[in-house]
Design a protein around this ligand. Sequence first.
Ligand code: PLP
Length: 383
Amino acid sequence: MIYADYNSTAPLLPSVKEYLKTRLDTPFFANPNSLHTRGRQVKEILENSRRYCAKFLDADSYQIFYTSGATESLNWAIHSLLSASKNKIVISSNQEHPAVSKLLNILYLTGDIDLHLIPTLPSGEIDSIQTLDLINNLGNKIAFVTCLMASNETGVIHSLDKIIDLCNTKDIPILSDSTQLIGKVPFSFKSSKLSMAVVSGHKLGALPGCGILLVKNPKLLSPLIVGGEQEQGVRAGTENYLGIESLSIALNEIPTHINLYKDVQKLKNIFEQQLQSIFSNLIILGEQATRLPNTSYISFPQIHSQALQIELESENIFVTTSSACADNEPHTSISVSAMGLDDQIGRGAIRLSFGPNTSQQDFDYIVEKLEYAVNRLQRLKSR
Ligand code: PLP
């Protein structure tokens, strides 16, 4: 079986599995907010995990806020940044994950924000020159700027440094959806100079249902989920401590994975070249841009991607057609439309996202099965 859908969810890491097996046999199951000994023991593990998470993300412990995943972190960040500002203008890229774009759209429709969308260049990168102009022109009327670090579909990594620097100079908060980037290439919250960034546990091989909102200045946060006094009083609800512990184990593996991904990147480049030599009409989305080492978003314009996905699955290869969240939606991918490409390209696109241990044999097997499947579908179509 070849699992090539890491950008949707990474399988549980062996180290996380081992940890959980041992952990389940401990007596440390109690509410971390209870004052008795058991509660305090769980609280101690929780706070140790926070220190680990802070270390691996290069942040301070007080900047780590546990959540249920990237969607909650992003929603929370957006609500907080709006509450903290007297301004209504929000600048966002036009290729955000729905966790950002749907919320911004709702806020726009209810009249809570004035939304300015940053266009995407045909290369798949955001138009940073237009963004800088927009920030310079709108300056002190902006509530915040948001732009994803790396696309979950194309894997394109956006160069945000100048935008972040300008925002910092003008004292405009800047949020970035860092879900896909963290764990695949080096990331330091401190050096990023971002106001807020996010982590999703299940993208890193931890348990699903846990994540982090990284916040430079926690004073900017206001609660989205209210109730108890957890997480410095701004995120209520008993902490998912097993998830959080698994996340700190997974974050510990990042340096090893980043090294492994360097080899995956080399294998992926050869894989893409092989496909280009087999299929003259193949389109690699974001080909000219810097991309995540593990992501290939490829389109066979004459072919229906879902048919191809099914063909590959019959050979035990698991891929998606865009992102897992959009797999069942009628329209084609967010990046294809943001890049201004023909919908036919979106309809023929499959995304392969590899893991740190994807091997040469795996790539060879995919090439073989892809060649067979695409030729078969082309023949069926021309009948
Ligand atoms: N942002 C990006 C770029 C993603 O790829 C995803 C997951 O697909 C999310 C946000 C949402 O993450 P989660 O499943 O942790 O809520």
